[in-house]
Design a protein around this ligand. Structure first.
Ligand code: S3P
Length: 434
């Protein structure tokens, strides 16, 4: 599917972004790990999170869909059923990395997981290594790719230092730790999104955060009646960027999650001079032990930008928005540099190569470096042209926003990929630009 975007007149109005993808995956999975029914309100209806519901159903979880909520009846921490066939995660890296944390604790059962072509090039040795230390066995294609099988076992707690800053790997180990003997500790090289920790605290698990260490003890059961999913800042970020880049725009974003481990992009935009008003979650005082997800309203307006440098420590806090930093950099005065973002090469596509190639094709002055990119802003922004998403949802939406802000517009090939995280994206943009 190919769709043409822009150049747009100003964007005006209010946006209620789709429910958060990361939190939706966690809500469904942790609800399934409860022995009692859990209500999940505002669950994301998109390809990635629907893959999670299908996977859980194959594992014996009963999921009823009501107009505003899901009712999830799971078998508890150790009661997953043996599925009849391979579990298909579709395009979802979060599903393929988090679900094995639960599966590894299903003593005596064996599961096979696979996904689409993008999933088959994304490494899973990063979860196989800690799960093996805990006692589960993972047998992966070439030792590190899907399809792979995981054999559940009686797990033991470990202390595991993450080789890369990854919320997915951290979450996998903490989830496995719930059913592992003793205490499980993960040590993070840099802080990453902490939705799993917050949700587990709400479910009664004693998750302790001390410096770079996050620990959880074995529990008999989780206990939580309901989970509310806030709006997804990563999805909103595309529309926010359009409002920042298109002259005369003014946008109010409602009910969006502003967990401090997710707001890195807003801090970067503000540093570039963008007008983004709203109360973000303040920095933690000491070791934060939060259990709630903060929500805010943001007020965004068009304005001129200046280039900035994104440090490696900021990268995990803005990981999915870094393609948008590159786009904003094309419209900013001076240079914008992102370093320490080698992980971008392992996302739904190689997002360093894909972003650089795509924006160059639209007239941007941008170079690839091993772990990031360097952008030279141009006074007249981007010309426009054609951008192929290559099946990557965030690339598709990047192309659309580039089109709205460009001089000649952008034809996005593969726009259908947006359905992975934000099925209503094109409609929302059309409404705001009308
Ligand atoms: C996610 C964590 C991030 C992010 C991904 C979703 C999550 O990946 O890029 O889109 O839900 O935990 P890593 O932190 O594993 O790099």
């Amino acid at each position: 599917m190919s769709v043409r975007f822009g150049p747009a007149g100003r964007l005006r109005g209010q946006l209620r972004p789709p429910p958060d993808k990361s939190i939706s995956h966690r809500a469904a999975l942790l609800a399934a790990m409860h022995g009692e029914p859990v209500r999940v309100r505002n669950y994301l209806d998109a390809a990635d999170t629907n893959a999670t519901l299908a996977a859980l159903t194959a594992l014996g979880v009963i999921i009823q869909s009501h107009p505003d909520e899901l009712l999830v009846r799971g078998p508890g921490l150790r009661g997953a059923a043996q599925p009849l066939s391979t579990i298909d995660v579709g395009n979802s890296g979060t599903l393929i990395r988090l679900l094995p944390g639960w599966l590894g604790a299903q003593d005596g059962l064996r599961f096979t997981l696979d996904g689409d072509a993008s999933i088959r090039r994304r490494p899973i040795d990063r979860i196989a290594a800690p799960l093996a230390l805990m006692g589960a066995h993972v047998d992966a294609t070439e030792g590190r790719f899907a399809p792979f099988t995981i054999s559940g076992a009686r797990l033991r707690g470990v202390e595991y230092e993450l080789p890369v800053a990854s919320a997915q790997v951290k979450s996998c180990v903490l989830i496995a730790g719930l059913a592992a003997d003793g205490t499980t500790t993960v040590i993070e090289p840099l802080p990453t999104r902490d939705h799993t920790e917050r949700m587990l605290r709400r479910a009664g698990a004693a998750v302790r955060h001390q410096g770079p260490r996050i620990s959880v003890d074995c529990v008999d059961e989780l206990s939580l009646e309901s989970i509310d999913v806030p709006g997804d800042l990563s999805s909103a970020a595309f529309v926010i960027t359009a409002a920042v880049l298109v002259r005369g725009s003014r946008l109010v974003v409602q009910d969006v999650g502003v967990n401090r481990t997710r707001t890195g992009y807003l801090e970067i935009l503000r540093r570039m001079g963008a007008i983004v008003e709203g109360e973000l979650e303040p920095p933690a005082q000491g070791d934060a032990q939060e259990s709630e997800e903060p929500v805010a309203e943001l007020d965004v307006a068009y304005g001129p930008l200046i280039g900035t440098e994104v440090s490696p420590a900021e990268v995990p806090l803005a990981i999915d928005e870094l393609p948008l930093v590159a786009l904003a950099g094309c419209f900013a005065e001076g240079q914008t540099i992102v370093r320490g973002a080698g992980e971008l090469r392992l996302k739904e596509s190689d997002r360093i190569a894909a972003v650089v190639q795509s924006l160059r094709g639209l007239g941007g002055d941008i170079e690839e470096i091993t772990d990031g990119f360097v952008v030279h802003g141009q006074a007249d922004g981007l010309r426009g042209g054609t951008l192929d998403s290559g099946g990557d949802h965030r690339l598709a939406m990047l192309g659309a926003v580039a089109g709205l802000a460009s001089r000649e517009g952008v034809e996005v090939v593969g726009m259908g990929a947006a359905a992975v995280s934000y099925p209503g994206f094109a409609d929302d943009v059309e409404r705001l630009a009308a």
